[in-house]
Design a protein. Sequence first.
Length: 133
Amino acid sequence: MQIYQVKEAKLELIEKFMEKNGTLFGKKLTKESYVVEINGSMEGCFNLDMVDESTYWLKQLYLNKEHVEKLFVVFESVLVISRKNNVKCVYVHNQSPVVDILLESLQFKRESDVTFKNINSEKTGNWWAYQVS
C-alpha cells in the first residue's frame, strides 16, 4: 500500500477510480487530496484540510470496501503525514460506530464542541481529535 498526494498520481489510476467511484467521492477530489494505492490500483483517497498552520481536519475519507481492513493503516498514515508537516492536532468527524471504535483505539479523543472558522459543525456523529506528538 502506498499513500501520496493526488498531484503525484498517474492520470490513468485516477480515471479508473473515478469511473468506479466518482459519484461517491469525485467532486471532492482536489490536487491536495491523497491517494491510497493498493497493488497498482487506486482504492481510496482522503482530504486533509488545513484549518490553521497547526491543525488538520480529515474532512473526507473513502476506501473501497474490499480493503476496509486497511483502514487502521490509513488512519496511521494520516498521523504520519501530520507529524511530517509539524501539525499539532488532527480532527475527524465520523458517523459510524465502528470507526468510532477504531479512532478510540488510535487514541483519538472525543470532542464535544468543535467549531472551525467558516465550517458548520455537523449535527450527527462524533468529532474526534488527536494531539500529534
